[in-house]
Design a protein around this ligand. Structure first.
Ligand code: AHR
Length: 520
């Protein structure tokens, strides 16, 4: 990750930690109220909100999932598979991203030593040997026990090429593509359902207008034919952030032919046009701005959902947040095209806040994919040679996995405000669910880097008798894990929640994420 000598790293860590340790000098602890209705949930939090994304980008696939042994043989990494299985990841989106509209799937099948190479001009300009292709990806999802999401090539591919990939993966045979699949060692169809029809077609996927893409989408989607029980869950390329016109046109022109639409929203400091913020060396102004941008997710989902409601009041079409997460400057000494960045407590808070927002919109948001699983952007895992570390964001996904397929519980929270230089944002965020055993799960985030907050909670509709919890926090705002200190930021037991009858008092530390388990 960082090519400086360990001693230099420790020194930098100490310097930046101390300057980013907020002054804890006491102000009175603000108290907030929250009410949870434990018996009034109606929506299921789709497990697919906890999805992941792996593009042919930098060290995500090659070096991340897929590595060479001493003898030069490629293989999947057991350590990252084991760590990701722990998260119960529900799906994995592949091969991009922008790469999807550049990828020709036939280059990635057949004997590995006969596959053509490809220059990844999108990301870092490196030459890939196509050793990781369709069969390798399907072995990966099998070992992860997760569902594949394939994104087909609209931008530089043909309708026939995409239709043949679909046939290769799903036709039971005999058929030209099924026979080829069998001759490459896979007789049975894989029955892949989730299928993206292009990616970011407003940008790297072809720079199309929404009107033009709507027609292209319908044309490509038409030829994803049903085979036996398998029909495609067709995902259209959605808008970037607040491009509401794209959503409007797509829903109007192609809504009846899609099952999901894929919104992308990244959280950055500064602007896309200038240099982005630093992953570990940032000020409180940067912290505040990043949290403010992360809160924009709430507005984006609300506004896009309102447009979708006009065309799809039954909420059949999933709003998918197919790429989200923080995007910082590339780590020093790395290929800028590899989008490799460190991951601090600040990133973990953005993840906790975003996942609470997705949960709260469970009626429309049914799938989301954080970008990207290993070594790229807001990763769960960083690798260096044979070593692997878990990031603070990994721990958030571990704490939140209990919400998968649980029933969203209605709650109302007074979130208070976190103020900085005359601006303010809500300080607190929460979401709650009840699982099939009747256990209530409550996840909370305090974005305020200075103040702990007390939440006085009333639980209606269910008698409860015990509360336990875990907390993710640290002293420094930029606390992170390194190969020298892999466990610097990790969850700990949380003892500051107490229950008396239906009253739950929670003392939430500053800049923390807390997950509570409340039992009958
Ligand atoms: O995740 C990195 C890139 O961000 C993806 O390839 C693209 O879809 C988005 O612009």
């Amino acid at each position: 990750m960082n090519r400086l000598a360990p001693a230099a790293l420790i020194l930098i860590g100490l310097l930046s930690s101390s300057s980013l340790t907020p002054d804890a000098s006491a102000q009175p602890t603000p108290t907030h109220t929250m009410v949870i209705n434990a018996d009034l949930g109606t929506e299921t939090i789709s497990r697919h909100i906890y999805g992941h994304f792996a593009e042919h980008l930098g060290r995500g696939i090659y070096d991340g999932f897929w590595t060479r042994s001493g003898t030069g043989e490629w293989h999947l990494r057991d350590d990252v598979i084991e760590a990701l299985r722990q998260l119960r990841i529900p799906n994995l989106r592949w091969p991009g991203g922008c790469f999807a509209d550049y990828y020709h799937w036939k280059d990635g099948i057949g004997p590995r030593d006969e596959r053509p190479t490809i220059v990844n001009t999108l990301w870092g300009g490196i030459t890939e040997d196509n050793s990781f292709g369709t069969h390798e990806f399907m072995e990966l999802v099998d070992r992860l026990d997760t569902e594949p999401i394939i994104v087909g090539n609209v931008g530089s591919g043909t309708v026939q090429e995409m239709a043949q990939w679909w046939e290769y993966m799903n036709h039971p045979g005999p058929s030209p593509m099924a026979d080829q699949r069998a001759s490459n060692g896979q007789a049975e169809p894989w029955n892949v359902r989730y299928w993206g029809v292009g990616n970011e077609s407003w940008g790297c996927g072809g720079n199309m207008t929404p009107e033009f893409y709507a027609d292209m989408y319908k044309r490509f989607a038409t030829f994803l034919h049903r085979y036996g029980d398998v029909s495609a869950f067709r995902i259209a390329a959605g808008p970037p952030g607040g491009n509401y016109d794209w959503m409007e046109v797509m829903m109007r022109e192609a809504g009846s032919m899609m099952d999901g639409i894929d919104l992308h929203h990244y959280t950055i400091n500064g602007s896309w046009a200038t240099t982005k913020g630093h992953a570990t060396d940032f000020s409180e102004a940067d912290w505040f701005e990043l949290m403010q941008r992360a809160w924009q997710t709430e507005e984006l989902i609300t506004r896009h959902s309102t447009i979708m409601d006009q065309y799809d009041p039954e909420k059949r079409v999933w709003l998918i947040v197919g790429e989200w997460g923080t995007w910082h400057q590339p780590a020093e000494g790395t290929n800028p095209g590899f989008l490799q960045q460190q991951n601090t407590l600040r990133d973990a808070l953005v993840a906790g806040l975003s996942l609470n927002i997705f949960n709260q919109h469970a009626d429309r948001v049914k799938m989301a994919n954080i970008a990207q699983t290993i070594n790229v952007l807001q990763a769960m895992i960083l690798t260096e040679g044979d070593q692997m570390i878990l990031t603070p964001t990994y721990h958030v996904f571990d704490l939140y996995k209990v919400h998968q397929d649980a029933t969203l519980l209605p709650l109302s929270l007074d979130p208070g405000t976190y103020e900085f230089e005359g601006q303010s944002i809500p300080a607190l965020s929460a979401s709650a669910s009840k699982d099939s055993t009747g256990t209530i799960h409550l996840t909370l985030v305090n974005l305020d880097p200075h103040q702990e907050r007390t939440i006085q909670t009333t639980l209606h509709g269910q008698e409860v008798s015990s509360v336990t919890g875990r907390v993710l926090t640290a002293t420094a705002m930029n606390a992170h894990n390194t190969f020298d200190q892999p466990d610097h930021v990790q969850p700990a037991d949380f003892k500051r929640a107490t229950l008396q009858g239906d009253q739950l008092t929670i003392r939430l530390p500053s800049k923390s994420i807390v997950a509570l388990t409340i039992r009958e």
